[in-house]
Design a binder for this molecule. Structure first.
Ligand SMILES: [Cu+2]
Length: 133
């Protein structure tokens, strides 16, 4: 009977170790919100279809209304410049809010607040916009 409870606690300990290994794995997850000028749902769909398969990308959410793309990624496998390059490859400019209007002293004019400054104003439509074809 006692052996059984020892085995049981060993199993429990092992599963705890497994859990902490899992959370350690999650600590490599990083989330970034890019500003991307998307002009229609096709743009958003295109981004979702392409960026989702980029190396290290865990989760992706394109918001057409806010002109933002939230990317959850594994920081051991990719980083912000690599993700930006992936956007560029399919014809979209992905900027970080700080690097866009927030850092240019236009923060006060931003409609969506600091987290989602909209840099798309005055920018031309991406050449690859599917609606143009
Ligand atoms: Cu479009």
């Amino acid at each position: 009977m006692k052996t059984k409870s020892i085995i049981l606690s060993v199993i429990m300990l092992m599963s705890f170790a497994g859990l902490s290994a899992q959370s350690k794995k999650d600590s490599n997850k990083e989330k970034v919100v890019f500003n991307v000028s998307m002009h229609c749902q096709s743009c958003a769909n295109k981004i979702e279809k392409n960026i989702a398969f980029e190396k290290g990308v865990k989760d992706l959410n394109a918001n057409l209304e806010k002109q933002t793309v939230a990317v959850t990624y594994d920081k051991r496998k990719t980083d912000v410049p690599a993700l930006q390059a992936a956007f560029k490859k399919i014809g979209y400019e992905a900027t970080l809010p700080d690097a866009a209007c927030c850092a240019e002293g236009k923060k006060a004019n931003c409609k969506h607040g600091e987290a989602a400054c909209t840099p798309s104003e005055g920018k031309s439509q991406p050449a690859d916009c599917p609606s143009k074809k």
